[in-house]
Design a protein around this ligand. Structure first.
Ligand code: NAD
Length: 296
């Protein structure tokens, strides 16, 4: 018999991921803090539970897709949480981006209940979630990974088991460092080139052809050239992710000097009311401090 799947957290990412699982024929039981979101999706052919504990009581595999570490801790280990309802042999799959340290703690708590846990954060954004083409990086046991693999294959197209518990989150943090620092570097290059008299389009065209070429210049090109910063990936979420990276660095004894600077730049953007803008709006901070808007 196919395993029954619980899904908790039906936001920008979780909703389309759960929808794809329903469409693939899985029997889902849903929970979201705002109940209407679960009820609306249940019309596609799923049931709704009254608490994370109830989800766990009815499921073999429980997926969570929540904003940050405190919410995952609350939903798994809090009152009426998943761990109060799990049966022996259940598998928890946390697909949120959270702290690897918190992940390891929760994984141990799951083991104490004779259940197991995978961390399986994703990249690919809302479009990847809708299209089922996410990149999924998974930490945890090999057998658990194989058990969840058919579900991952519905939600994503690059699914990689990277190591033991917490390592999926470590890889995601590494990913978020590279993306943020690349956006920052492209922003500096654009403002320097533009204020120096070169058309910003030309800067991107030329740099794309050499070692400086990167995906940010391709994917964020229009947003940066047009100053159209509708998200995409919000500054406040990326700020959360760099916080996770810096905390992990402190825990593991790793220095992340430039990550710390870009973290402060994202904080500044949040304080200036741009937390809900796309992360490519880092450009605006370099423009403001340089007194120059690119292309002007
Ligand atoms: P979101 O805020 O849209 O969705 C979170 C959902 O969780 C909401 O429906 C909210 O009601 C629900 N929720 C919050 N607290 C809850 C609680 N205590 N109990 C039950 N439900 C609760 O966020 P999102 O954009 O879907 O992101 C989810 C995770 O995925 C985050 O960790 C984010 O960093 C990560 N992520 C997001 C993107 C993206 O492009 N949005 C890309 C990759 C990874």
């Amino acid at each position: 018999m196919a395993e029954k799947v619980g899904f908790i957290g039906l936001g920008i990412m979780g909703r389309p991921m759960a929808k794809n699982l329903i469409e693939a024929g899985y029997d889902l039981v849903l929970y979201n803090r705002t109940r209407e979101k679960a009820e609306e999706l249940a019309e596609e052919g799923a049931s709704v539970a009254g608490s994370p504990k109830e989800v766990a009581e009815q499921s073999d595999i429980i997926i969570t897709m929540l904003p940050d570490s405190p919410q995952v801790e609350e939903v798994l280990a809090g009152e009426n949480g998943v761990l109060q309802g799990v049966s022996e042999g259940a598998l928890i799959v946390d697909m949120s981006t959270i702290s690897p340290v918190v992940t390891e703690e929760l994984s141990q708590k799951a083991e104490e209940r004779d259940a197991s846990m995978l961390d399986a954060p994703v990249s690919g954004g809302d479009v990847g979630a809708i299209e089922g083409t996410l990149s999924i990086m998974v930490g945890g046991g090999e057998e658990d990974f194989e058990r969840a693999k058919p579900l991952f294959d519905v939600m994503g197209d690059t699914v990689t088991h990277v190591g033991p518990s917490g390592t999926g989150q470590v890889v995601k943090a590494a990913n978020q460092i590279v993306v943020a620092l690349t956006i920052e570097a492209v922003s500096e290059a654009l403002v320097l080139g533009s204020k120096g008299g070169v058309a910003p389009e030309k800067i991107l065209d030329v740099l794309s052809g050499g070692l400086a070429g990167n995906k940010v210049m391709e994917v964020k090109r229009e947003k940066m050239l047009d100053h159209s910063f509708d998200p995409g990936f919000r500054i406040e979420l990326h700020h959360k992710d760099l916080g996770i990276a810096l905390a992990a660095g402190r825990e593991y004894g790793v220095t992340l000097p430039v990550t710390a600077i870009v973290d402060q730049m994202l904080e500044t953007l949040k304080m200036r009311g741009r937390g809900d803008r796309d992360h490519s709006a880092i450009l605006t901070l370099i423009e403001e401090s340089s007194g120059h808007e690119i292309g002007r």
